[in-house]
Design a protein around this ligand. Structure first.
Ligand SMILES: Cc1cc2nc3c(=O)[nH]c(=O)nc-3n(C[C@H](O)[C@H](O)[C@H](O)COP(=O)(O)OP(=O)(O)OC[C@H]3O[C@@H](n4cnc5c(N)ncnc54)[C@H](O)[C@@H]3O)c2cc1C
Ligand code: SF4
Length: 330
């Protein structure tokens, strides 16, 4: 039994002060990650600062067309927001394909971005794990690694980033707004997620007590034709083995623009920039899609248990891009 105290913050400033001023404190939003990790003994927090009373639940359109999603907006509410479904269908689909309806009703967008990895060695609380306890080793490299990453891995850690919606947010270059003791800042989402390198315990650049306040989706001409596909061991309530967010525009038979990202295969939500580079200006054909997918996966580093993900991710990329292309033609 770990003793744990609880405080409820009424405004952003007091939430930040309560957590930043005390290394043993942490934010509590929906609790669907945080409470599990405390119960498992993976994270140790002396005081939970409940942020659910903060006015950060809105999903609104700004004057320049940006959609601003409050950090405490619930996954289910965001997924059903008409303007988001219409302008960024892949973001809505990624949310609806995550977790379960009950969890989505509890889980916040800020909490989703900060969720921890699902690696069983990390979560068992005892196995050597560089992410949970630096410099103890990585049990997954030679152990059970079927669900682990093949892109962005390091000697220190091969855990997959588990979020679905982060994959779609990475595809559309979302911005993460934060407030901390040093003031406000805006972090491009691709920079929000760090590769494990030699320091897998650091997953994002937030300082202790820095609060995510909102996520911005800026207008994207591609996004209305976007889609999110998720491939997993069962049809619901399961994390992705591979997922893809794709959006592609064709002009005069050539790929005019494209954005694509992969989930389930990267140590961070994986923007498929190599594939995008191959596709821009190429003929809008199956051959180009296959070349792009092969280029993206050419840098994969599979292990014994997850080698199947290389071919699976290639097929997912081709299928996602083809469906987006065909949807546009229809
Ligand atoms: C059984 C199960 C299945 C799941 N399946 C999926 C899935 O398929 N796809 C998927 O994407 N996710 C899945 N999830 C993860 C789920 O989406 C996350 O647990 C949830 O989004 C976390 O949000 P929360 O509000 O509950 O966060 P909390 O648990 O309250 O917090 C999580 C972390 O984020 C920090 N935090 C929360 N809000 C902020 C903020 N505003 N600023 C800074 N830090 C903050 C907390 O301090 C904590 O460290 C699943 C979870 C479970 C339990
Ligand atoms: S893959 Fe990462 S999280 Fe899993 S055991 Fe290795 S270091 Fe820990």
């Amino acid at each position: 039994m770990q003793p744990l105290s609880y405080a409820r913050a009424n405004d952003v400033d007091s939430a930040i002060t309560l957590v930043a001023g005390d290394p043993g404190s942490g934010f509590l939003a929906g609790g669907t990650t945080k409470v599990d990790l405390l119960r498992l003994g993976v994270e140790h927090t002396d005081r939970l600062v409940d942020i659910n009373d903060l006015p950060l639940t809105a999903v609104e359109e700004l004057a320049d067309g940006t959609i601003r999603i409050g950090a405490l907006a619930r996954m289910s509410d965001v997924a059903r927001t008409p303007i988001l479904r219409h302008r960024f269908p892949a973001v809505s689909e990624a949310l609806l394909l995550g977790a379960s309806e009950q969890l989505r009703n509890m889980a916040s967008m800020g909490g989703n971005l900060c969720q921890r990895v699902r690696c069983t060695y990390f979560r068992d609380g005892v196995s050597p794990c560089n992410k949970r306890e630096p410099e103890t080793g990585c049990s997954a490299r030679e152990g059970l690694n079927r669900g682990h990453a093949i892109l962005g891995v390091s000697e220190s850690c091969i855990a997959t980033h588990p979020s679905d919606v982060a994959v779609a947010l990475v595809a559309f270059d979302a911005l993460v707004h934060t407030t901390g003791l040093d003031g406000e800042r805006t972090i491009p989402i691709d920079d929000f997620y760090l590769l494990p390198g030699d320091t897998p315990q650091a997953e994002h650049p937030l300082a202790h007590g820095e609060l995510i306040t909102a996520i911005d989706l800026r207008p994207s001409p591609l996004a209305a034709g976007s889609l999110y596909l998720k491939f997993r061991d069962r049809q619901s309530y399961e994390f992705a083995l591979v997922s893809v967010c794709a959006a592609l525009a064709v002009k005069d038979g050539l790929v005019a623009d494209v954005c694509v990202a992969l989930g389930g295969v990267g140590t961070k939500p994986w923007r498929a920039r190599r594939a995008e580079q191959v596709l821009r200006g190429a003929p809008a054909s199956d051959e180009s899609l296959a070349r792009a997918a092969a280029a993206e996966l050419s840098v994969a580093t599979p292990r014994a248990g997850n080698a199947f993900k290389v071919a699976m991710a290639e097929r997912a990329l081709v299928r996602g891009l083809r469906q987006s292309m065909n949807g546009q033609a229809a």
